[in-house]
Design a protein around this ligand. Structure first.
Ligand code: ARG
Length: 404
């Protein structure tokens, strides 16, 4: 039987051309694999048919939207994932699930090799290949765009010569990757980092400078997961989709940063993640009232490390799994409601309530009926400040003047 290679197929120019390129370069039959992670583009049937029309012998298509929302986006939410304090790991979260489906397809179609369409300059090649190594160390992986140096011009030329059913004339100036968690836009005009993003960069968000009237939303969480919006039960996918719409209409979640890639390049990225940024803001505030102080401080460090591991393609690594256990455990009491106002580019928390809150009105209030024993503060400070006091006394003995 002819050898089979499963290609992660997007339906775009590069991977459409890659079907023929791989077949010509290796003699193998190509199986196209496409997953819907909420990228909101063409339907899976159209993509399947195009793959077959471009020469794939089989097509594997999967609606992975709920799986992606529940197992990947929600893990990101629980970790408040923000790489470089800004980017909610939109593309980074999708690569491990695509890799998982690549392996499933390889098993189903008896392939020993898989392929992806990444270039050699980005993070995504690392994420795919490291995930594949963890899930199926026996599988080989090829990357035609990178390893066969497939340029855009060559791809267009190939598509035209072979009359592939793919639009080659419309030159999109940007490289875009999108899913339900957000949208990443790079290249072209944005590579001059002094240039501001133009209107055509954005699709998930409207201009925050001209917002519709303010939109108040109440999000209910159970153990860190959104379960209701304005009292209506929602799945994680529905929560993200609804907030993408409502926060997107207010221009919330636009991010423009120069980012440190794993491969050492600094690159300019524009992101839009209205639902993700709104959910993270709400989730963080709920944690503020439900996590104990030391737990919250430590979780911040865990979040940072988790986020770097996921950005760096280590989704299936042992350390990432260990950190997941900590994060999941920390969510035991992260249940309750957050009320926010979405308006003009900002998602502002205005109210919070929870049966498992640690906020104690009696301890906090400055009014009548407070329960905090203020007389205990003195002794606490005496002991808390004792080591500083000892060190200061030594400075005095040695004649050091700290006011100078
Ligand atoms: N820099 C981002 C990341 O590494 C986004 C990459 C998305 N790819 C793209 N073609 N725009 O996660």
């Amino acid at each position: 039987m002819t050898e089979r290679i499963v290609l992660a197929y997007s339906g775009g120019l590069d991977t459409s051309v890659a079907i023929g390129w791989i077949h010509e370069a290796t003699g193998a039959d190509v199986v196209a694999m496409a997953v819907d992670v909420g990228q909101d583009g063409e339907d899976l049937e159209t993509i399947r048919q195009r793959a077959l029309d471009c020469g794939a012998v089989e097509a594997y298509v999967a609606d992975a939207r709920d799986e992606f929302a529940e197992e990947y986006c929600m893990a990101g939410l629980k970790a408040n994932t923000l790489y470089m304090d800004a980017y909610p790991n939109v593309s980074a979260l999708s690569r491990p699930i695509i890799a998982k489906h690549l392996v499933r397809a390889a098993r189903q179609f008896g392939a020993t090799t898989v392929a992806h369409g990444c270039t050699g300059k980005g993070n995504d090649q690392v994420r795919f290949e490291v995930s594949l190594t963890s899930l199926a160390p026996d599988l080989k992986c090829i990357a035609p765009v990178r390893d066969l140096a497939l340029t855009r011009e060559a791809a267009i030329e190939y598509a035209e010569r072979n009359e592939l059913p793919i639009v080659t004339t419309k030159t999109n100036p940007f490289s875009v990757d999108q899913n339900v968690w957000g949208r990443a836009v790079e290249t072209g005009f944005l590579e001059d980092i002094w240039n501001g993003p133009t209107k055509d960069v954005y699709e998930y968000t409207d201009d925050p400078a001209f917002p519709p009237p303010a939109d108040e939303v109440t999000i209910t969480f159970e153990k860190g997961i959104p379960t209701k919006i304005d009292g209506r039960a929602v799945t994680p996918l529905e929560a993200i989709v609804e907030l993408n719409q409502r926060a997107g209409a207010q221009g919330i979640g636009r991010i423009d940063i120069v980012e440190d890639r794993l491969v050492g390049i600094k690159s300019r990225e524009v992101y839009e993640a209205p639902g993700a940024m709104t959910l993270i803001a709400a989730h963080r505030e709920l944690e503020n009232i439900t996590l104990e102080r030391e737990q919250a401080r430590f979780k911040k460090q865990v979040e940072q490390r988790w986020t770097e591991l996921v950005y760096d393609g280590q989704w299936y690594s042992p350390l990432k799994q260990n950190l997941d256990s900590f994060i999941d455990d920390s969510q035991e009491y992260v249940s309750g409601e957050i009320r926010m106002v979405l308006h003009g580019g900002r998602a502002t928390v205005e109210g919070r309530r929870s049966d498992s809150t640690l906020y104690d009105f009696g301890l906090a209030t400055y009014d009548e009926g407070q329960t905090f024993d203020q007389s205990a503060a003195r002794g606490f400070i005496d002991i808390f400040g004792l080591s500083s006091k000892q060190a200061a006394a030594r400075d005095v003995r040695f004649g050091k003047d700290k006011l100078k």
